[in-house]
Each structure stands twice: as structure tokens, then as C-alpha cells.
Design a protein around this ligand. Structure first.
Ligand code: VG1
Ligand code: CO
Length: 544
């Protein structure tokens, strides 16, 4: 087996977005495209010779081919050992768990998360550092810089390895350990939650749940944890076989794309609890019987009930939420007397707060919740957290949420996405908003008076790094907000995201449809951004 040095030329579009490099599969299949990016990752790291790398992905189309390439490149570049999930499968949270548990130097995760898969779908690649979390911006910037000058990559000339049997193999000088994809993660879950109590609930005959894995990566994890370990009846997990194209679906756990689950939970004889996760297993949606829990509320409720869960019994150091996430968690933090941090969108911004033990729970409005147990958001963790709370409180999901609103007030919340917008027009809209926002202070729109308008900038309290242009915020004197961002995970055109939030302390007024409660803010968003004219659409493509 010889190490080959292959001459190559840079691709100029390898800038990582919110969560790694995401492109259409056909782009990744171009000769040298994946190899260039992998070599750019290795070239921007130092000190990995002889160290351990974790590799795995969400099982989407091109996962296996990519892993074979990465293994041969890791061997040629001098890694000592690679841990790879069987069949190339590791959910994003499981990869984070394995990196931490085995003290790996870092990990490469192959996923485009909730983006559709298959030959005409998307693929993605992301580098995680030794704390198990997504590489911070200074690392992704170094990778991007290197990708623009790269002229060669190293690869071992070797046959493919068998990914389907666990065991230890060698590739040149490097060891490859094919590990069970689920075990380490399942053990970690067992150490955090009261499995006995959850088992009691799930086998009591008084409580039924339905978990929809959307034919994505959490299938094997959910089968093992809910059905085998916790005793839920077979069939509790639906769409539990990971498929390379996710069965043609869109593995995004929201009311639009998780329609099978929504039908079950809103149908006759509905179960008590429903949940879904995304392509790579880091997102979650939680439903009660005919009841949807907004992700921002979910984070707030987990925080308010953390004492009921063994892993969090000793209290929380703090909470962190991304800027567009609703301020519901802030109210819980205030009540608990702990800090609540507001970070830019993307899990990489939580890493420092978690490492420094300033935050214990983190969350995003985009169906992401997690904690200091790993350094990624974690879909099944959130589901288990809810089950633990339900097992202790023995109340329906809806009742728990309504009680929460009564105590803390309700943050009405919605996100309107306009997908496939012309990039130039979307960028022009953002540029216009950037100059308009600061001029709006004091201006009134109907009942609302603008308190501030800006482009969110974040200074990391741990390392002082500054991230600018993270979203246009227009805040009103009553705490309501409208936020505008462009997505950093799409692969075609631009996606405009509009985030809307208002606060309702009066329990008598907490029962409205969010689209109705937010109608005035929706109109203000249209007025300031001219969304219809910009996007050419008369309504959002997806409302969550
Ligand atoms: C989206 C979400 C963001 C999330 C990111 C990655 O990013 O809004 O909250 O962290 O996806 O999640 P954007 O830039 O498209 O808004 V995942 O589950 O796709 O790794
Ligand atoms: Co994801």
C-alpha cells in the first residue's frame, strides 16, 4: 500500500456555512471535490499525527463512498486510528459522544442534516474538534482559506474496507475500528435519565408514545433505546429504517415534513406523546396529543423541570439560546437566578459556554436542544428528557406547557421561511434592512414602538472572538421582536428566514393561534422588508 500524492486545483466554493460544507451530491461527486475539502481540513490542523479521528454519517446517499475516501486519506496523512460507526452510521450527537469518550483529536461528520438526500439531493461534511463540537469559526475560516490554495492531496492506495462488521482492521499504518453505532450513545443516555421510571411509564399500559425517525439516522438508536432498553412496544418507532434517500422525504422534524407523525398525534385514539428527529439526529420535534410544543418553549420547559432529571438534579449553570430563538428560556433563567446567553445561530457558538461551564442547557428555535453532555444538539436526548419529566409529573404534555405559560407567560413564536429566493435579491434586501434597522428607533407601527434595530453582533464571553452580521433585529418596547436572516445551510438560491415573537403574560389570552397572535408583527415584517416584492412569493414556503 503506497501513499499517493494527487495533484489538484482549488474549488472556490468550499466555504463552510452554519454547519459545515453542504452541496448537492453531484457537486461532491466531481473529481477531487471531496478530497480537496478533506485535505484542507487536515492541512489546517496541527498535531494530529498518530491521533484518533472519528468518522461517521447519517447514512444518506454517498455516505459510504465518502467514508472510504476519508479513511484512506486519514491513513495517508498520518492519523493513528479511526473510529467509524458500523455501516458508516453515526448520528451527529453519537459522533460527538464518541469523540469525547475516546479522547479523539476530532471527527468528520457526513451529513446535510434535514436537507433531502439521494442522487439528486444534498450531501455535507463537517469537522468537529476534540471537545466533540463543531469547529469554531477560526477553524472553519482556516479550512476555507486552505481550500482556496490547495494543490495536492494525499491518499493511500488501498482496497475499500468492510464497514459492515464491527472489529479492528488496519489500513497502512493506521488502525480502523468499526464500532457499534449505538452503544456508547445509549450508555450516555442511561447515565443521564431515570431509565427505570421511564420504563415504568412506557410499560404501564396508561401511556403510549410514537417516535418517527423519518427514515433517517435515529432509527437504530430509537429502536434500541425506546423499544429494547425501555420496553416500549414494537412499532413505537415508525419509519425506523435509515434509507439513503430518506424514503424520498424531507427529514426535517416539523409540522410540515413530519406529516405521518402529525396524522397519528392529531388522529383518533392518538398516543400521549410523539416525537421526530432529523436526518442526522440532532433535531427534535415534541408533540402531545393534538398539541405541538414550540422548540423555544421546549427549551424553557426542560430548564424549568431540570431538577426532576437525575443528570441535571444539581441545577443548571446557565442557559444559552441562539438569537432568533424566543425569549421564553430567559424568563426561566431569571427565575432560577442563572445567566441566559444569546448567541448567533449554529451550535458552534455554544461550545465555549459549555466548556467553560457557563451554560448547561442550550437550544435553538430550529428544533435543536442539547446540554453539556456532548457538544452538539441532540434529538433523542430531548425526547428522553421529556419522557423523564412526563414519568415524574404524570401529566399530559399540553397541561405541562399550559402551566408553564401560566407561570412565565407565553412567548408566541413563529418562523416564516421563503425558500429558493434569488440570491442577489435576498442579499439586497438584507443590505437595505441593515441600513434601515438603526433608523427605526422610536418609530411606531400600529400598537408597536421600535426600541432598537440592529444587525446582531456577538462577542464570545470566553475567548473574546467577535461574529458580526448575524441577523437583523427589530425589537419593540413590549419585548416583541422581528428578526431577519439568510440561511447558511441551503444549497440552491437563498432562503430568507423571518422570526416573529411576542409576549403574552395574561393566561386568558394564551390560547390563540400563533399566526393570529403574531398578525401585526407579520404585517410589520412585510412593511419593512418588502418580502413579497423581494421573494416574488405571496406567502412563505414553510411556516414553523
Ligand atoms: C439552520 C438552523 C440553525 C441550525 C442549523 C444546523 O441553519 O436555522 O439553527 O443550527 O440549521 O442544524 P440556517 O443557517 O439554515 O438557518 V442541522 O440539524 O441542519 O445540522
Ligand atoms: Co441536523
Amino acid at each position: 500500500m503506497t501513499i499517493q500524492t494527487i495533484a489538484t486545483q482549488p474549488f472556490l466554493d468550499q466555504k463552510p456555512g452554519t454547519s459545515g460544507l453542504r452541496k448537492q451530491v453531484q457537486v461532491f461527486q466531481k473529481p477531487h471535490y471531496l478530497q480537496n475539502f478533506v485535505q484542507a481540513i487536515f492541512d489546517s490542523l496541527e498535531g494530529y499525527q498518530g491521533q484518533t479521528l472519528v468518522v461517521g454519517g447519517d447514512g444518506r446517499y454517498y455516505n459510504r463512498e465518502a467514508i472510504q475516501i476519508i479513511l484512506k486519506m486519514a491513513a495517508a496523512n498520518g492519523f493513528g486510528r479511526v473510529l467509524v460507526g458500523r455501516g458508516g452510521i453515526l448520528s451527529t450527537p453519537a459522533a460527538s459522544c464518541v469523540i469525547r469518550k475516546y479522547g479523539a483529536f476530532g471527527g468528520i461528520i457526513l451529513s446535510a442534516s434535514h436537507n433531502p438526500g439521494g442522487p439528486d439531493g444534498d450531501f455535507g461534511i463537517k469537522y468537529n474538534i476534540s471537545n466533540g463540537g463543531p469547529a469554531p469559526e477560526k477553524v472553519t475560516e482556516a479550512i476555507y482559506a486552505r481550500s482556496k490554495t490547495i494543490d495536492r492531496y494525499l491518499v493511500l492506495d488501498a482496497p475499500d474496507i468492510d464497514l459492515d462488521k464491527t472489529g479492528i482492521l488496519t489500513l497502512g499504518e493506521m488502525t480502523v475500528e468499526v464500532i457499534d453505532s449505538v452503544s456508547d450513545y445509549a450508555q450516555l443516555m442511561e447515565s443521564l435519565f431515570d431509565f427505570d421510571r421511564i420504563r415504568e411509564l412506557l410499560t404501564s399500559g396508561r401511556f403510549r408514545m410514537c417516535m418517527d425517525s423519518l427514515h433517517a439516522v435515529t432509527g437504530p438508536y430509537a429502536h434500541r433505546i425506546f423499544e429494547q432498553q425501555l420496553g416500549a412496544p414494537a412499532g413505537t418507532v415508525q419509519n425506523g429504517v435509515p434509507l439513503e434517500d430518506f424514503g424520498g422525504g424531507h427529514p426535517d422534524p416539523n409540522l410540515v415534513y413530519a406529516h405521518d407523525l402529525v396524522e397519528v398525534l392529531y388522529g383518533d385514539n392518538a398516543p400521549d406523546f410523539g416525537a421526530a428527529s432529523d436526518g442526522d439526529g440532532d433535531r427534535n420535534m415534541v408533540l402531545g396529543r393534538r398539541f405541538f410544543v414550540t422548540p423555544s418553549d421546549s427549551l424553557a420547559i426542560l430548564a424549568a423541570n431540570a431538577k426532576l432529571v437525575p443528570g441535571y438534579r444539581n441545577g443548571l449553570a446557565g442557559i444559552a439560546r441562539s438569537m432568533p430563538t424566543s425569549q421564553a428560556p430567559d424568563r426561566v433563567a431569571a427565575q432560577l437566578g442563572i445567566d441566559c446567553y444569546e448567541t448567533p445561530t449554529g451550535w458552534k457558538f455554544f461550545g465555549n459556554l459549555l466548556d467553560a461551564d457557563r451554560a448547561t442547557l442550550c437550544g435553538e428555535e430550529s428544533f435543536g436542544t442539547g446540554s453539556n453532555h456532548i457538544r452538539e444538539k441532540d434529538g433523542l436526548w430531548a425526547v428522553l428528557f421529556w419522557l423523564n419529566i412526563l414519568a415524574v409529573r404524570q401529566q399530559p404534555v399540553e397541561e405541562i406547557v399550559r402551566e408553564h405559560w401560566k407561570t412565565y407567560g407565553r412567548n408566541y413564536y413563529s418562523r416564516h421561511d421563503y425558500e429558493g429566493v434569488d440570491s442577489d435579491r435576498a442579499n439586497t434586501m438584507m443590505t437595505n434592512l441593515r441600513s434601515l434597522a438603526p433608523t427605526l428607533k422610536g418609530k411606531t407601527f400600529g400598537n408597536y414602538t421600535v426600541e432598537y434595530g440592529d444587525d446582531f453582533s456577538y462577542t464570545d464571553p470566553v475567548d473574546g472572538s467577535v461574529s458580526q452580521k448575524q441577523g437583523i433585529r427589530i425589537g419593540f418596547t413590549d419585548g416583541s421582536r422581528v428578526v431577519f436572516r439568510l440561511s447558511g445551510t441551503g444549497t440552491q438560491g437563498a432562503t430568507v428566514r423571518v422570526y416573529l415573537e411576542s409576549y403574552e403574560p395574561d393566561p386568558a389570552k394564551q390560547d390563540q393561534d400563533p399566526q393570529v397572535a403574531l398578525a401585526d408583527l407579520i404585517a410589520i415584517a412585510e412593511e419593512v422588508a418588502q418580502l413579497r416584492a423581494t421573494t416574488g412569493m405571496d406567502k412563505p414556503t414553510v411556516i414553523t
